[in-house]
Ligand binder design. Structure first.
Ligand code: ATP
Length: 328
């Protein structure tokens, strides 16, 4: 059955990422363009349950395209995982007359939206917002490009001190399950080795690579390590291992942490967010539901939420080979 959409809600859920505000702006303005009322839903599903809504118009989202974080705030809601919680959320949406929503978040947020949509035949659309780029159905999630630029800039700075003191740095970046950030910043910042969750390069190879690097006269070495690297050692354990096995190196560790999630979104993320917001709202208007908006071959495409949640986002194996060649 086609729903005639009159009021659309928009929320950000799960971890924040740069570009979320630009996506909120796009959803609100696309609604205004099509004469549809738009409501901001504060603090993710938590605010949906509490009915924490605010009517937004084109001017409510001025001056936010360049801001990191999310003006709608984000949260994780235990209650929304329960039938009762979702029933309360549905009642709150109905009371406000909201008849569809766009959720900007990661796969957990999409799972919640999917379940809710099935239970109440409620139209939903997802916009992938997470720096990890770990979502199937899009080559880029919102915030990923910004995070890459932030991390490369930091590694360049660390390299300055590394080469002044002939040091080896292990730098931990985000990526528990996928190595997109590590692989790309590793290549982009010229790391000697990149340790990712997808491939176990082995400790022997790491030592050999570092020895080779020393022999070739390099004055500094950077090893980029994803949080979930497959060798199974964290950066501090890796430091201990190298301290014991390669006495010629002075080893330091840097864990980049949450700074990777902050900052003003890159131009790429702002444009992507603008395109995604338009596609999400226009998808809902044309009767589509339960999809995620994504970027494929530079086009906006819809992927069923179920696939987006179940599918695996894969790293570019050719880039791994490029990285090997670059560190010769
Ligand atoms: P991140 O990239 O930060 O992990 P995410 O969207 O995956 O983002 P989650 O904390 O996994 O973050 O999910 C966000 C919210 O979505 C949860 O707090 C919960 O309210 C809702 N959610 C997640 N999984 C489910 C589920 N199985 N059923 C209902 N709601 C869910």
């Amino acid at each position: 059955m086609l729903h005639t959409i009159k009021k659309i809600g928009v929320l950000t859920s799960g971890g924040d990422s740069p570009g979320m505000n630009a996506a909120i702006r796009s959803v609100v303005r696309t609604c205004a363009f099509h004469d549809i009322e738009c409501y901001g839903i504060y603090r993710g599903y938590e605010g949906m349950i509490e009915g924490d809504f605010e009517k937004m118009d084109a001017r409510s989202v001025k001056g936010i395209i360049n801001k990191g974080g999310t003006i709608l705030k984000s949260a994780r809601s235990k209650e929304f995982r329960t039938k009762e919680g979702r029933a309360t959320a549905h009642a709150a949406l109905k009371k406000a007359g909201i008849d569809a929503f766009v959720v900007i978040g990661g796969d957990g947020s999409f799972t919640g939206a999917m379940i809710f949509s099935q239970e109440y035949n409620f139209p939903v659309m997802g916009i992938p917002g997470t720096i990890d780029n770990d979502i199937f159905g899009t080559t880029h999630t919102l915030g990923y490009d910004t995070a890459l630029n932030t991390v490369v800039e930091v590694i360049d700075k660390i390299r300055d001190t590394a080469s002044s003191h002939n040091r080896l740095f292990f730098i931990e970046v985000m990526g528990r399950d996928v190595g997109h950030i590590a692989l790309n910043v590793g290549v982009g910042a010229g790391a000697e080795e990149i340790l990712i969750p997808e491939e176990d390069l082995g400790l022997d190879r790491l030592l050999e690579s570092l020895r080779r690097s020393k022999r070739s006269g390099k004055s500094s070495s950077i090893v980029v390590v994803a949080e979930g690297d497959k060798i199974g050692k964290n950066v501090f354990e890796l430091k201990d291992y190298v301290d014991q096995n390669l006495k010629e190196y002075e080893v330091r560790v840097s864990v980049l942490g949450h700074m990777q999630r902050g900052g003003s979104p890159s131009c790429f993320d702002r444009v992507l967010a603008s395109r995604m917001g338009v596609k999400a709202v226009e998808g809902l208007i044309t009767g589509k539901s339960n999809f995620m908006v994504g970027l494929k071959n530079d086009q906006m495409e819809l992927t069923p939420l179920e696939l987006a949640v179940k599918g695996k986002s894969k790293i570019d194996m050719e880039l791994l080979r490029v990285s090997d060649i670059m560190t010769i």
